[in-house]
Write a protein that binds this ligand. Structure first.
Ligand code: NAD
Ligand code: MG
Length: 385
């Protein structure tokens, strides 16, 4: 029986993780759940999965939750804020910590789990984008394992197996998002609701918008750089609209391994929870009789320049990746609020990067300082435009 702590249990990955656990009660139990503010969903989860700890980041919602739960469960530990998240992430009973908070908000709790030598099922890509060097070093020092949940990285992880020393190239696949065929002129006019309609995956809003700009693929290139210790030049992206091959690995002898499957996040989630075994049966199978062709095309960085920005940031250095991420989080939020147009996400991030002077990054404090700077600059750029 594995004990699972889920950071971000009310989100898309969190809900799907709980669905996997619900259907496999003999293998898993839930010891901690955390959310930002959605106490209605969290309340139902607590009643169903009976964790020891529950954390609500937002203080007012925490107080509301406390009175809601008072009559039900006196043993439940209810915590709030950053300290609460740290407590849940480093809870001694947790065998696996699922890191499924969105944005850099997931960094500190993920770091806490790593520091405790936990097995981390990592969905939160922003952790590696902003702190890849520090996190991977800490994981080595503390004998923590990082099992990727992001479908591409799960695919690569599975393809590499024990053959890391023979890898020559990583090929990340991308669906291309909802705007794959739009011209640059059309892209300037796309609406928020169009951007939220992803062709193959149903996900949280931030990652859905990132997928539509291809920033998501850029963040994933940086994530792959750290997870698999590969130089940016050895990580290629191909648009593969069918989303059947989740990524590929080329070895020095020219052999290429790919991982295939229906686009269902529960597959990489299951893999991360059962690794190194594969104990959970399928609920959705790939039907080859229904697949006619698999297509691949080079991404067009003229129409989707965010991908190019991410490659450039990776080449520049760690502090540029932090700025890329921070400015992008702000710009995506502005777009979600209807305050800027689609292509302005790119221009805000690009201008923030232009204003940034590369600096050394050795600590989490330095990361948050640069992150904060990039958020302020992104807001200034928005106001001045
Ligand atoms: P989501 O928006 O659906 O859920 C985010 C979760 O984080 C929620 O539980 C929310 O309460 C919590 N949260 C948000 N802000 C918080 C804060 N400040 N403090 C504490 N908790 C906070 O997001 P998602 O789609 O589940 O994505 C989660 C992460 O996984 C992201 O980094 C995303 O890029 C990555 N990912 C998601 C998918 C997917 O299919 N959804 C696929 C690959 C990778
Ligand atoms: Mg992905």
């Amino acid at each position: 029986m594995k004990n699972i702590a889920i950071l971000g249990s009310t989100g898309s990955i969190g809900l799907q993780t709980l669905e996997v656990i619900r259907n496999n009660r003999d293998e898993f139990s839930v010891c901690a759940l955390t959310a930002n503010s959605n106490i209605d969903i969290l309340y139902k989860q607590v009643l169903e999965f009976k964790p020891d700890i529950v954390v609500i980041f937002d203080y007012n919602k925490y107080k509301e939750f406390k009175s809601l739960i008072a009559s039900h469960n006196n043993d439940l530990k209810v915590l709030y804020g950053e300290d609460g998240l740290t407590y849940a992430a480093s809870y001694e009973k947790a065998d696996i910590v699922v890191s499924a908070i969105v944005g850099i908000a997931g960094l500190k709790p993920t770091y806490s789990a790593i520091e405790k030598g936990k097995t981390v099922a990592l969905a939160n890509k922003e952790t590696l984008v902003t702190a890849g060097r520090i996190i991977t070093k800490k994981a080595r020092e503390c004998s923590a394992s990082i099992i990727p949940v992001d479908s591409e990285h799960s695919a690569i992880f599975q393809c590499i197996g024990r053959d890391r020393e023979f890898v020559s190239k990583i090929i990340l696949t991308a669906s291309g998002g909802p705007f794959r065929k739009k011209t640059l002129e059309e892209l300037k006019m796309v609406s928020l609701s169009d951007a939220l309609k992803h062709p193959s995956w149903s996900m949280g809003k931030k990652v859905t918008i990132d997928s539509s700009t291809l920033m998501n693929k850029g963040l994933e290139v940086i994530e792959a750089r750290w997870l698999f210790d590969m130089a940016g030049e050895s990580i290629q992206v191909y648009v593969h609209p069918e989303s059947i091959i989740h990524s590929m690995v080329e070895f020095v002898d020219g052999a290429i391994l790919a991982q295939l499957g229906v686009p269902d996040m529960k597959i990489p989630i299951k893999h991360s929870l059962t690794y190194p075994k594969r104990t959970i049966a399928v609920d959705s199978k790939l039907d080859f009789s229904k697949i006619n062709t698999l297509n691949f095309e080079k991404p067009d960085t003229h129409r989707f320049p965010c991908l190019k920005l991410a490659y450039e940031a990776l080449k520049d250095g760690d502090s540029s990746c932090i700025v890329l991420n921070g400015a992008n989080e702000v710009a995506v939020n502005l777009f979600l609020q209807g305050k800027i147009q689609f292509m302005e996400i790119y221009s805000i991030v690009a201008k923030a990067l232009e204003k940034h002077t590369l600096s050394e990054v050795n600590t989490l404090e330095e990361i948050f300082y640069i992150d904060n700077w990039s958020r302020n600059i992104a807001m200034e750029l928005y106001k001045k435009r």
